[in-house]
Design a protein around this ligand. Structure first.
Ligand SMILES: Nc1ncnc2c1ncn2[C@@H]1O[C@H](COP(=O)(O)OP(=O)(O)OP(=O)(O)O)[C@@H](O)[C@H]1O
Length: 243
């Protein structure tokens, strides 16, 4: 089943085409990474898919619902874990999770049950009573992921989730993300190529608002005639030929 389908999806700001004629299909349960140099159009794409920005052309269907005609339905099935999540700094991890669950309409009992589940799933037990403001960067990101997952979205967008983390915290977050594979449709944007290579089922490379390549890391390397993913990425991300 297709979870995300874009048809000629475009966003033009003045004379600048931030995203041009994007045609992409992502399957349910797929872990998809969107890569590109600064300004390639990744964030604009995610903003359109999450109904934060209205496309100037084309459309995107999220589980069959149009981002233009049915934004409310789209918002219900998808969630985003942005770089900076609005955690309440003076609340504990548990209180933050309970708060989000209740904002999304769960009763106190339901929220408590979901909070316990997600705490276990993301191994947050040791920090559950800590105030959010006292957490390290790695734990903050893990809390952010938990807050995005608590409502059990079918589609999850992860916008540079490991930016600025040390290698240990990054690896720990990778493990948490790996756990989502097959269960949630994930679209990840990252500048860490090894992260995309390690986690993604397929990778899309954008340059100048256009999709230059889509495939597994191996397919992208082979199409770019390179043994090295970074070289293949650079060849495509700098506006080279379409694969
Ligand atoms: N609100 C806006 N108004 C005008 N131009 C914009 C706006 N948002 C994005 N752009 C332009 O659209 C292009 C794509 O930007 P976008 O933020 O989508 O790229 P990105 O791939 O996410 O980059 P980065 O990796 O730096 O986050 C850039 O040239 C950017 O300057």
């Amino acid at each position: 089943m297709t979870a995300i389908e874009t048809r000629g999806l475009s966003k033009i700001y003045g004379k600048k085409a931030a995203v041009s004629e994007l045609d992409l299909a992502i399957q349910a349960g797929e872990f998809f990474a969107l890569l590109g140099l600064n300004g390639a159009g990744k964030t604009t794409t995610i903003r359109m898919l999450t109904c934060l920005t209205r496309p100037t052309g084309g459309d995107a269907l999220i589980l069959g619902r149009s981002v233009i005609r049915e934004p409310e339905a789209v918002r219900k099935c998808a969630n985003i874990s942005p770089q900076e999540t609005a955690v309440a700094p003076n609340l504990t991890v548990r209180e933050n999770l309970m708060l989000i669950a209740q904002i999304y309409g769960m009763s106190r009992a339901q929220a408590a049950r979901r909070t316990d589940e997600i705490t276990q799933q993301l191994s947050l037990d040791e920090i559950v009573k800590s105030r959010a403001k006292t957490l390290s960067g790695g734990w903050q990101r893990r809390l952010s992921l938990a807050m995005a997952l608590i409502t059990q979205p079918k589609v999850l967008y992860l916008d540079e989730p490991t930016l600025g983390l040390d290698i240990l915290a990054r690896r720990e977050l990778w493990r948490a993300m790996e756990d989502l594979k097959g269960r949630v449709t994930v679209v990840l944007t990252t500048h860490y190529l090894e992260e995309a290579e390690a986690l993604a089922d397929r990778i899309g490379i954008m340059a100048n608002g256009r999709l230059k390549a889509v495939g597994t890391a191996a397919e992208i390397k082979s199409a770019a005639r390179s043994d090295n993913f970074e070289d293949a990425f650079l060849a495509l991300a700098q506006g080279g030929g379409t694969v």
